[in-house]
Write a protein that binds this ligand. Sequence first.
Ligand code: CAA
Length: 240
Amino acid sequence: MSRVALVTGGSRGIGAAIAKALQAAGYTVAANYAGNDEAAAKFTEETGIKTYKWSVADYDACVEGIAKVEAELGPVDVLVNNAGITRDAPFHKMTREQWQQVMDTNLSGVFNMTHPLWPGMRERKFGRVINISSINGQKGQFGQANYSAAKAGDIGFTKALAQEGARAGVTVNAICPGYVATEMVMAVPEKVRESIIATIPVGRLGEPEDIARCVVFLASDDAGFITGSTITANGGQYLT
Ligand code: CAA
């Protein structure tokens, strides 16, 4: 029987590429999404990948949603915490809501999804938790005090949990994408975006598939000795 992978924010952008790449690698894939029904329906129609709607910011909704996925597809072996939002603003203009929304989704969302799945992964002695952090969690970004803090938090979470999962066969890793050609990055003002691209040594934005290939590797049996690590995939924009 094929392993089951659950990808949050899996119907669009980087998450959709991850879901498709895992499907191509033989996994049974579930894609969670929070809001865009139309995009989710189109994604299912095109790929055959089932989509499930709930907000990762809501713990109870995660418990309920995960139970539904597991009832339909079987125990989740691979969790990809990809769902993320931006609420960019210079700090002097940032509201508490902008801070809280980003924390709730990008940091607490990772707790909310991993916590209910953790006991099962430990019991079955196999699991893969792959957290999609960001270059901006590594280097910080003007206008993203909220996002950078949450994404840096995801890396700390990864390193701590990796130590707890290791003996139980559960690996926990992070991937830090750089600027990837998705709606999120295209929403950055064009002039700002152009100035960012100028700082990427490979001379282009990343493709969602650049990140998806990292996920497929970390999910595989071949990556069993890799835990607590961060894969940096940013075209050379920031060297860690
Ligand atoms: N460094 C220094 N100064 C900067 C700056 C930077 N990187 N970016 C903007 N500024 C300055 C501007 O030059 C301007 O200065 P002046 O007023 O002296 O001309 C000032 O900041 C702009 O201030 P505003 O009050 O006009 O700012 P704003 O309310 O228009 O907001 C912003 C600006 C939201 C930060 C906007 O510049 C922006 O969206 N920047 C992009 C942030 C970014 O990179 N987000 C990443 C999104 S993609 C993502 O998050 C995915 C991922 O993981 C990589």
